[in-house]
Each structure stands twice: as C-alpha cells, then as structure tokens.
Write a protein that binds this ligand. Structure first.
Ligand code: ZN
Length: 186
C-alpha cells in the first residue's frame, strides 16, 4: 500500500499528454493499487495517473459511483475513448484533487459513454449519467492535459493560482523548522 503525493496545479506535469498503456504488467497493477490508496486517502471520486506524476492513460472512478461493490475497488479506465455524449448539458460545481479547496462551475454533457480497458485487460463500455458522466469526462480531460482552470476566464484563473500558491507556501511553513525559517524569511 502506498499513498503517493498529489501533483498540484500550476505544476506543469499536469499539462502533459499521457501515453497509451501497451499491456497490463505488474507495474501497471502496482500503479492501480497506488492510485486507489491515494484516491481513498484524499476522499476523491476519481483520480488520473498524471495526478501522481505518471503520464500513462489510466484513471479511476470510485467503486460506488461506478456502480460496483466497495470491495471490488475503483473502476480503472485504461486507454479510454469517448464513444458518445448526449446533447443535453448541465452546469455544476466541480472540484479536483490537483486544485485543493477550489470549486468551479463546469458545463458537461449529462450523459457520456466511454470505452476502455479494465485492470483485467478486458475491454468494456460504461454509459454514465449525471455525476458518473461528469466524473468520467473530468478524469478523461486529465489524460490530454486539460484542467479545471480551462473552464474559467483569465481573471478567475489568476485568482485560483494565487490562492494555491499561498496555500502551498503555508504548507511549507508547517514543515520542518529549517524550511519554515527560510519560508518566513527569518
Ligand atoms: Zn481532476
């Protein structure tokens, strides 16, 4: 079990395009487990591999939201593609583990069908509605480097950047004494 650090915006790694996964190896299964541990430690509904710094095309959706039993673990989407989305859209506040405490309104299709490979190597399709559709489309955005801030105007984007930098600086102060002294300039 390994909880990994979440990559937080404006870290440029979040803009990377993730690569396809050729086959399900032990390394990929370990990545799945680490992502699962990290997502649950942060109470996330979904998590993309790039959010722990691995630019591979995989994201997870929390078990209940994906309509599975809790003990089955999160549903993995490997090399996903969007098959179709409904015409109807809905605006709702969206959060992201790479944007702690930030919520922005995002318009998304109410319905989305995705095709992907599971962690068992089998291809499957999921037709999701509402929060499930929103979550799949949000995570899928991560694989091509698209982020929450791409859905807001430049002013709000600057505001979010300042807020996250301030939060990161404050976290630094809470670290070991040496770093704290440096951060406060004393
Ligand atoms: Zn996200």
């Amino acid at each position: 079990m390994a909880v990994r650090d979440i990559v937080v915006w404006p870290d440029s790694r979040l803009r990377e395009k993730s690569r396809e996964i050729d086959e399900i190896t032990d390394e990929i299964r370990t990545l799945y487990r680490d992502m699962t541990d990290t997502m649950y430690a942060q109470n996330g509904l979904g998590l993309a591999a790039i959010q722990i710094g691995v630019p591979l095309q995989m994201f997870l959706v929390e078990a209940r939201l994906a309509g599975r039993d809790e003990e089955d673990g999160p549903l993995a989407f490997i090399n996903p593609e969007i098959v179709e989305t409904g015409d109807e859209t809905e605006r709702s506040e969206e959060g992201c583990l790479s944007f702690p405490e930030v919520y922005v309104p995002v318009d998304r299709p109410v319905q989305a069908k995705l095709r992907a490979m599971g962690i068992d190597g089998k291809t499957f399709e999921v037709d999701g509605e509402g929060l499930m559709a929103r979550c799949m489309l949000h995570e899928n955005d991560h694989l091509c480097g698209k982020l929450l801030v791409d859905y807001v105007g430049p002013l709000k984007r600057q505001m979010i950047k300042r807020r996250l930098k301030r939060a990161a600086a404050q976290q630094g102060k809470g670290g070991d004494a040496g770093e704290g002294d440096a951060a406060t300039g004393r």
